[in-house]
Ligand binder design. Structure first.
Ligand code: FES
Length: 98
């Protein structure tokens, strides 16, 4: 997972590091005036507070994350991903699970 952090006048915003258009590296993008970030590949522009695309070619929003700064450390709240169900290989296990 990659994140892009934008510091706008001391307010730090975190968005997905992969552009929703074609996966460009948003962390290498150019912050603009206001809370915006331009993708370096095709120059889509996003509002990093809402994730909304402000200029194409991206049409989908970029995912945003909650950020807080505690004792000078930037903390980003990442969503809990569901644990994939453990599957058994029926060719190597019998019904007793051995
Ligand atoms: S990959 Fe970001 S605008 Fe195309």
């Amino acid at each position: 997972m990659r994140l892009a952090l934008v510091n706008h006048d001391g307010v730090i915003c975190a968005v997905d590091g992969d552009c929703p258009h074609a996966g460009g590296p948003l962390g290498e993008g150019q912050p603009g005036s206001g809370c915006v970030l331009a993708c370096p590949w095709h120059e889509a522009v996003f509002d990093v507070t809402s994730g909304a695309p402000l200029r194409g070619p991206a049409r989908k929003p970029v995912r945003t994350y909650q950020v807080r700064v505690a004792d000078g450390v930037v903390q980003v709240a990442l969503p809990m991903e569901p644990t994939p169900a453990k599957r058994m290989d029926p060719t190597t296990h019998d019904r007793k699970g051995t």
